[in-house]
Design a protein around this ligand. Structure first.
Ligand code: SF4
Ligand code: SF4
Length: 175
């Protein structure tokens, strides 16, 4: 059993229900493509700038995982798109690398940048009003031990190997 944990911006969720993050998880769209149907999903917020309150939340999550017979390797953390991109809510989070380091310190090493892509925001990126995704999340961004494939950040061969598995005779790679 895998668990996707979406980390949303404390500021943004005061205005956003998180509907699109959840919709794209259930539709297995974009960054959620390929997750098996029995994958669970939950969301938390960062707790506010500068992300320090993630630490007790992650400790609580670790305790819950142990009680459920799961490990931290069963968890894939997705930073919500509004955390890692230029968007209508605000500029990208300046504490992203710090939060990635906190995750790593607490043993959560499977990290993905992004959840859903807004067509409106992408149009503004294409028009030069917002920075492009790749400019904000460059392939050499290694603030945490991240892994993914075509869209962003660095690839850890070990992490990729751990998360490649076969389902319905099809190889699926978490990203
Ligand atoms: S990525 Fe979009 S839907 Fe998800 S929390 Fe941020 S603003 Fe809301
Ligand atoms: S640390 Fe980043 S994600 Fe969290 S409230 Fe501040 S700007 Fe938002």
């Amino acid at each position: 059993m895998r668990l996707v944990v979406i980390i949303q911006c404390e500021d943004v969720v005061k205005r956003c229900s998180g509907f699109l993050c959840m919709r794209d998880f259930f539709d297995r769209a974009w960054k959620f493509e390929g997750y098996p149907q029995d994958t669970r999903c939950m969301s938390i917020t960062c707790g506010g700038c500068c992300g320090n309150l993630l630490t007790p939340k992650l400790e609580n999550l670790g305790m819950r995982l142990r009680k459920e017979g799961m490990t931290k390797d069963d968890v894939v953390i997705h930073f919500a798109t509004c955390v890692c991109s230029d968007n209508s809510h605000r500029l990208p989070c300046p504490f992203l690398n710090r939060m990635k380091a906190l995750l790593n310190r607490k043993g959560f090493t499977n990290i993905v940048l992004g959840t859903h892509i807004s067509q409106k925001a992408q149009a503004k990126r294409d028009a030069g009003l917002y920075k492009q995704w790749e400019q904000q999340n460059p392939p050499d961004d290694s603030g945490g031990q991240s892994y993914t494939s075509k869209f962003a950040v660095s690839v850890s061969p070990v992490a990729v190997k751990q998360f490649v598995f076969s389902a319905l005779d099809k190889s699926i790679v978490y990203r």
